[in-house]
Ligand binder design. Structure first.
Ligand code: NAD
Length: 367
């Protein structure tokens, strides 16, 4: 016969259970290894997307936030269960060095801020994940790599496509020779940008225009799809709206890359056309075509062998799971996501802007 006390205990136990979703119990049971404790700096559009995606991570957990807006910090504490002692602003975040409960800071602020923020985080002894583009130019990028090396912390760049299953399948096929010798890559990255007052159209904060923001996907994609480092670049800029796209903010850039094997790449980066999110890689024996190729997905595509059928994943969830493995367990990704990888893209960006200015072919030395 159940006593009143045991009855109350049963009620309490079942009430407690009902507060914990079964899925989280199941996921807690599945993974018992180390967890990467992450603070996000810059609580805007992409920072929020990463925070939401981390809710379903097993190996990474959002535990901290850095913002210049106190109300945002309060909101994030409530929304993501972040303790107040793990919240900082842009003046105080160097104190993170005394916080034993944060392993890494994920920087999702405007491009121009990445350089100084990464260097400050490294000096505080924390690992860093920095959004793309890693910096405004290769010199800044190299300084960030050097600072992280000196501080003994890891620096990773938020290249989410390096973990995306359809992308990895095309890379696997290319590596096993399914396309034969690679001859050509084409990348088209563009959308029509809205609000003319946003930081993406401010040269000081963005460091450029569409090339810094989305053209970088075609640069990076050309490298991992062809599987070589380019040795020269040519580029041309066109501008139809000089009021919206001021001096130093590119509206549309086309560029071409040459690779040691003789393969070539052709790409278009724009803030003035929609429906442009397409990769095409062509070899002597076959091809892969992806559209959409770098959006949040599902990524779709086909090769000469048929449709790409890898499952859709939330890119940022997969990225954070894999980055936890890289930081905590020294795992090696299929395509590098370290600071050196980011600097290579910046060297190409520097060369593209130089080619636009001079109209000449610019040699590249990435190795
Ligand atoms: P956003 O404008 O939505 O967010 C930027 C955040 O930085 C805001 O919260 C803003 O308040 C804060 N901030 C701090 N200092 C600032 C300053 N001086 N000026 C303006 N804002 C300041 O931008 P976003 O779309 O989240 O982009 C942030 C970074 O993430 C960029 O580097 C961008 O390239 C990158 N990003 C990457 C992806 C991806 O798929 N990997 C997607 C979107 C953005």
């Amino acid at each position: 016969m159940s006593t009143r006390r045991s009855f109350l205990q049963q009620i309490a136990a079942s009430a407690a259970l009902s507060l914990v979703p079964l899925s989280s119990l199941a996921s807690e049971r599945k993974y018992e290894g180390p967890v990467l404790r992450v603070a996000i700096m810059g609580l805007g559009g992409y920072g929020t997307r990463v925070a939401d995606a981390m809710k379903t991570c097993q190996k990474a957990k959002l535990v901290g936030a850095i913002s210049g807006t106190p109300e945002k910090l309060t909101r994030w504490q409530e929304k993501y269960g972040i303790p107040a002692e793990n919240c900082y602003n842009y003046q105080t975040f160097d104190q993170i060095k005394n916080n034993k409960n944060i392993d890494v800071v994920y920087i999702t602020t405007p491009n121009a801020l990445h350089h100084d923020q990464v260097i400050r985080v490294a000096a505080a002894g924390k690992h860093v994940i920095c959004e793309k583009p890693m910096a405004l130019n290769a010199k800044e990028g190299q300084e960030m790599v050097d600072a992280c090396k000196k501080a003994g912390v890891k620096l990773l760049v938020g290249y989410r496509m390096h973990f995306e299953p359809q992308t990895l399948e095309v890379i696997r096929l290319r590596k096993e020779g399914a396309f034969g010798k690679i001859l050509f890559f084409q990348g088209q990255c563009g959308f029509t940008i809205g609000d003319p007052t946003q930081w993406r159209l401010n040269r000081e904060l963005a460091g450029g225009g569409s090339l810094m923001d989305i053209g970088i996907y075609a640069i990076n994609g050309a490298r991992y799809m062809v599987g070589e480092e380019p040795i020269w670049v040519t580029a041309q800029e066109t501008k139809t709206d000089p009021v919206k796209f001021k001096e130093g903010v590119d509206e549309t850039i086309q560029f071409q890359l040459g690779f040691p094997s003789g393969a070539v790449a052709s790409a278009l980066s724009t803030y003035k056309m929609n429906n442009l999110d397409r990769f095409f890689v062509n070899g002597e024996k076959g091809f892969a075509e992806m559209q959409p190729s770098t959006g949040y997905g599902p990524i779709k595509g086909r090769t000469h062998l048929g449709e790409l059928k890898a499952p859709h994943v939330t890119h940022q969830t997969r990225q954070m799971e894999e980055m936890a493995g890289i930081i905590l367990e020294g795992k090696e990704p299929v395509v590098a996501v370290n600071g050196e990888e980011g600097v290579k893209d910046l060297k190409i960006i520097d060369a593209i802007y130089k080619a636009v200015k001079t109209g000449k072919k610019v040699p590249l030395n990435l190795i």
